[in-house]
Each structure stands twice: as structure tokens, then as C-alpha cells.
Design a protein around this ligand. Structure first.
Ligand SMILES: [Zn+2]
Length: 123
């Protein structure tokens, strides 16, 4: 991949990382303060009404697993940024093939091409 192209992805990754970091700490914050919010009965700020889906435990677990996913994404972003520094970005870690720009535009931190991603998903 050309240096100029990498710069574009680097900027996206840095912006995404900043956003995710904000989200993770905001979620941790609200998960920890949840019990205090409970008594007020104010769930209007939530994007989805979790209470309909079941217990409060479910809601908390959902938030925590979402946080784990985002932590994993942050790791992947760090790795992608390192690979940009190494000039290695855009190359599939599994097969050494080129990751398509369509895929990188959708998931700029992905370490593998679409074929390998599908193979990994199937196990
Ligand atoms: Zn591959």
C-alpha cells in the first residue's frame, strides 16, 4: 500500500481509537453507577430499553461484554497503527494477501483479508 494511502487509514484509526476510549470509559462509568440510577427509574437516556429483555443482570452483562469487545477493538487498532509504522499495513496476517480497500474502509483495524476472516469464523 502507498504511504499516502496509509496516512488516510492512520488518521481514521487514531480518530476511532479516541472515540472508543471515550465510549469504554463512559460505559464503565455508567455500569458502575447503575445501582444508584436505578431508584430514579430514569432509563430514557438508554438507546434500547433493556428492561424488556429480562433481568438487570442481563443488562449489566450486556454492557460489560460490549466493553470487552471494544477493548479488543482498541487492541486491534494499536496493532494496525504499529503495522502502518512498519509499512506492513493492508497485508493479511494469515495468507500474506492484500486486504481489499473496501474491507479496510469498513474495518480499518482488521488484520486479515475477507477470505481468512470467513475461514476463521467457521473455525
Ligand atoms: Zn488472508
Amino acid at each position: 500500500m502507498k504511504k499516502a494511502d496509509m496516512k488516510v487509514y492512520k488518521e481514521r484509526l487514531v480518530a476511532l481509537r479516541a472515540r472508543l476510549r471515550g465510549d469504554v470509559s463512559a460505559m464503565a462509568d455508567s455500569a458502575l453507577r447503575k445501582n444508584r440510577h436505578e431508584s430514579s427509574g430514569d432509563l430514557s437516556s438508554m438507546p434500547i430499553h433493556m428492561a424488556e429483555l429480562g433481568s438487570d443482570n442481563f443488562e449489566q452483562e450486556f454492557t460489560l461484554s460490549l466493553m470487552e469487545t471494544e477493548e479488543g477493538t482498541l487492541d486491534a487498532i494499536e496493532v494496525a497503527l504499529e503495522r502502518i509504522e512498519d509499512g506492513d499495513y493492508g497485508k493479511c496476517l494469515e495468507c500474506d494477501g492484500v486486504i481489499s480497500k473496501t474491507r479496510l474502509n469498513a474495518i480499518p483495524y482488521t488484520p486479515v483479508c475477507i477470505k481468512c476472516a470467513e475461514a476463521l469464523e467457521k473455525g
